[in-house]
Design a protein around this ligand. Structure first.
Ligand SMILES: [Zn+2]
Length: 484
């Protein structure tokens, strides 16, 4: 009689490949799925009656800033595990902890990962060795950030294009990181410390991506009126280097650009015909990043997420603080800095159109160190499954799951993950499709989701609805393995 460590009986198995679920059993031994289907005659060290519940591959958060959260205790990743997330992609928007060590507070947006105490990894190998020795509670795949490289090579003199010698130095730092296990190169060209970088600079630094099978991921130069030119730039960078491209947290921000996702998605489809281009998105019509004066406009409500000089401002609206201080909002923002904010700057119809696009993976863009974070940190995945798939019918449940499992695994080269298959890693989530829902809101942003019963990482229980995060981390730093 075949025996396994963990046996699920009568689950609705949704495989992660976009196909409809089938009711069946699934067996796990060690860190792998060893069988699935009708497993009569099997027995397990632990058996779970999963009738009425969905068993799916653990969710992959395609866009995070969890570089530092991975270094903390397992409970620091409750925001991920409580949503069913078992793998996070880190080092996005040009911001990565490695390879950079600092002796003073970093400029925005690097400070979203914390002050100088957190910047101690002089090489990607140092970060990887640390994670290998101190496993995180979820798996991770890590990118190297352009802004981190710029600060490493140019110091605080980053508000200008890099010189050829500096590009060469950044290129060799990237090549070393790729050899040490980084998955690729990320940019945040909209941010002041990278805005002066030319397209040629990004190409010059990114050149080793082709040789190493790396990926270029980008928070584009312009997500507002210049969004079309930014997509052209991202695609041209990928074509010239010869690497796949992921457009991060795609959006068409500001009222004058509402509705333009029709054009942007059509352009992405056209460019994807000449090269590999994908995108990620989070399920909210508000963004969040550093509080930057140039992002302020009268018609965009702004909520403060943290402020170093005024911690009590977190959670409050900027215009209300400005009224209280009897100063214009721009002056209030200056007094609050360094600070973070939520910007209510998108159109719900664009959000839906982008989420539904077949090239879109789900990425939370959650900011785990913000005092009053955007609710995407705790709610993104259950919100897609509950609100958008089940309640609004934006797409079927199996498509929603594909966007957070199989699709992401294929974009990021996560071999044997994101799929229920014999031999695949047992990253699993068991949830109730009738009750799954996000509870985090802009006023109560840290409420855990409802409906997730239990989560497994590499075959080990990592989270239960009753007990929370299991204090025994089973995550791993993953290496990109592009298929075919
Ligand atoms: Zn970004």
């Amino acid at each position: 009689m075949p025996r396994c460590d963990l046996l699920f009986r009568d689950a609705l198995l949704i495989h992660g490949n976009g196909e409809s679920g089938v009711t069946g059993d699934l067996a796990v031994s060690g860190d792998r799925i060893v069988a699935l289907g009708a497993l009569t005659g099997w027995s397990g060290g632990r058996e779970i009656d999963a009738r009425g519940l969905v068993l799916a591959p653990g969710f992959i958060d395609a866009h995070t800033h969890d570089d530092r959260a991975l270094l903390g205790p397992p409970a620091a990743l409750a925001c991920k595990l409580s949503q069913g997330v078992t793998t996070v992609i880190v080092g996005n928007c040009g911001v990565s902890l490695a390879p950079l060590s600092l002796d003073h507070r970093p400029i925005a947006p690097l400070d979203l990962l914390g002050d100088e105490r957190w910047w101690t990894f002089d090489s990607f190998a140092a970060y990887a060795t640390h994670l290998d020795a101190h496993p995180p509670a979820v798996n991770a795949l890590a990118f190297v950030g352009h802004i981190s490289l710029r600060v490493r090579v140019m110091g605080d003199d980053v508000f200008r294009p890099a010189r050829p010698k500096e590009c060469a130095e950044m290129r060799s730092l990237l090549a070393a990181a790729l050899a040490e296990g980084a998955a690729g190169f990320s940019s945040g060209l909209a941010y002041p410390p990278a805005r002066a970088a030319t397209t040629e600079e990004v190409i010059a630094i990114g050149e080793p991506l082709a040789r190493h099978g790396g990926l270029y991921v980008t928070h584009m130069r312009d997500e507002e009126s210049g969004v079309m030119a930014s997509i052209e730039e991202a695609a041209a960078i990928g074509r010239t280097i010869g690497c796949p491209v992921v457009i991060s947290h795609h959006k068409c921000a500001l009222p004058e650009n509402f509705g333009r996702s029709r054009e942007t998605l059509a352009l992405i489809d056209r460019t994807a015909g000449q090269g590999d281009v994908h995108l990620d998105a989070y399920p909210y019509a508000a963004s969040s990043t550093a509080l930057l004066v140039e992002l302020l406009r009268d018609d965009i409500p702004v909520q403060i997420t943290w402020s170093l000089p005024h911690p009590s401002a977190a959670g409050r609206m900027l215009d209300e603080i400005a009224r209280e201080w009897a100063v214009p909002p721009i002056e209030a923002a200056r007094r609050l800095q360094p600070a973070g904010a939520v910007y209510f700057s998108m159109d719900e119809q664009d959000v839906r159109r982008i989420l539904a696009h077949p090239r879109t993976a789900i990425g939370s863009d959650g900011l785990p160190h913000d005092q009053r974070p955007h609710p995407r940190l705790w709610g993104s995945f259950p919100r897609v499954l509950g609100h958008y798939a089940r309640d609004l019918g934006l797409f079927p449940l199996e498509v929603a799951i594909h966007k957070m499992t199989g699709l992401s695994a294929s974009i990021f080269g996560l071999a044997d993950r994101g799929v229920l298959r014999e031999g695949a890693y047992a990253d699993l989530v068991l949830f109730d499709p009738a009750s799954i829902a996000d509870r985090a809101t802009f006023t109560e942003p840290e409420l855990p989701a409802e409906g997730i019963r239990e989560v497994w990482v590499n075959g080990r229980s990592a989270y239960t609805a009753k007990g929370g995060v299991v204090p025994d981390p089973a995550g791993r730093l993953l290496r990109r393995r592009p298929q075919g």
